[in-house]
Design a protein around this ligand. Structure first.
Ligand code: FA5
Length: 344
């Protein structure tokens, strides 16, 4: 009677343990059958109590059976538990598996900054027309930045370019025009040069004004150079950058180092001329200053104005980049934000 109860429990518990669907269910079955107050301990206590009444051989065989059942169920439990643990480990290993022999994912190639790209295009254009490309110092002296360009210390034009002065009478160049003077000093006439570079002004920063920006200076000195020559090169320059017709406007402009002097504006390509923050609602964006080189400047550069003349221009490369790519705020170009720069 007690024996059959024991084997009945064994049969039912063995089936439950073997078929437990997961680790949680298995644990619940263990508690129900093998736990301290589980079915097996309860039955064994019951059997223990009535054992005294049994003849000794029966007592011994019942005792053996009790142990065998307990061992059987415990080992089934352990086996099932180990199977679940192995499966969980396999799952994790599969998910976390890493092939260290695979080649590393390729690094993304960088791109040139749009300013560099346009600067190179400009250099290529002028180089193809026989202009040399020059560099000049960013920390300049007053002579090259102002005096030699016909802007003496007392001249009000000095105020037009709010200047960062540094120690020792030097300054951060406010334009690339000092390279005109350095080129004349070094090479004399005739001369065809362009000089790209960074310039600095103590400016109020807004959508179209930076305190640090890029210009490209151009100068040609030869015999009988006219405004017609100058316009030929400037139109070619814009054509080479925009690859399409752009509407330009030439208006008189005052720069002490040219006579006559002009400012060249292009119709704003961001708003098509209807007005926006970049063109300050005017429809036009100032791109460059230009004119025929003033005799005083030729003289300062050691060139005889009776024999030679020429034109010069100073292009705002940063503004040109804005027009070319439709960039609506100059500050994007200096910020170094890769999300912005990766577009180019
Ligand atoms: C000059 O700097 C003269 N040196 C140009 C020149 C050279 C005239 C040779 C005649 C002969 P201006 O200050 O206008 O001129 O600046 C030239 C260009 O630089 C402007 O047309 C504009 O495109 C750009 N520019 C001027 N100020 C800023 C600024 N704060 N931020 C961005 N671009 C600017």
């Amino acid at each position: 009677m007690l024996e059959s109860k024991l084997t009945g429990l064994q049969e039912q518990a063995a089936a439950a343990l073997d078929q437990a669907p997961d680790a949680e269910a298995l644990e619940a079955i263990r508690v129900d059958i093998l736990g301290r107050k589980g079915q097996l301990p309860t039955l064994t206590t019951q059997i223990g109590k009535s054992m005294g009444k049994l003849p000794p051989e029966e007592r011994a065989s019942l005792g053996k059976l009790m142990n065998a059942v307990k061992q059987d169920l415990e080992s089934r439990y352990e086996a099932r538990k180990a199977a679940f643990e192995r499966a969980a480990l396999d799952l994790r290993l599969n998910a976390e598996w890493l092939d260290l022999t695979l080649p590393a994912p390729g690094t993304r190639p960088g791109t040139l900054h749009p300013l560099t790209q346009i600067q190179r295009e400009l250099e290529e254009y002028f180089n193809s027309l026989g202009f040399a490309i020059l560099d000049g110092p960013e920390v300049e002296d007053e002579w090259h930045n102002f005096d030699a360009l016909n802007i003496p210390a007392t001249h009000p034009a000095r105020d037009a370019q709010d200047t960062f002065f540094v120690e020792g009478g030097l300054l951060l160049r406010t334009h690339t025009s000092p390279v005109q003077v350095r080129a004349m000093e070094k090479f004399g006439a005739p001369l065809r040069i362009v000089a790209p570079g960074r310039v600095f002004r103590n400016e109020e920063v807004d959508a179209s004004h930076e305190h640090t920006f890029y210009q490209l200076e151009g100068m040609m000195i030869d015999k009988d150079v006219s405004i017609g020559h100058m316009l030929y090169f400037l139109k070619g320059l814009l054509q080479s950058i925009f690859h399409r017709e752009v509407t330009v406007r030439l208006r008189p402009g005052f720069f002490p180092f040219v006579e006559p002097g002009f400012e060249l504006d292009i119709q704003c390509l961001l708003c098509g001329g209807s007005g926006c923050p970049v063109c300050k609602q005017s429809g036009w964006v100032e791109q460059l200053g230009c004119g025929l080189v003033h005799p005083n400047v030729l003289r300062a550069g050691g060139i005889d104005p009776e024999q030679w003349n020429g034109f010069a221009f100073g292009l705002g490369v940063t503004r040109l980049v804005m027009m070319r790519y439709g960039i609506d705020d100059i500050r994007h170009l200096a910020a170094g934000d890769l999300r912005f720069l990766r577009q180019f």
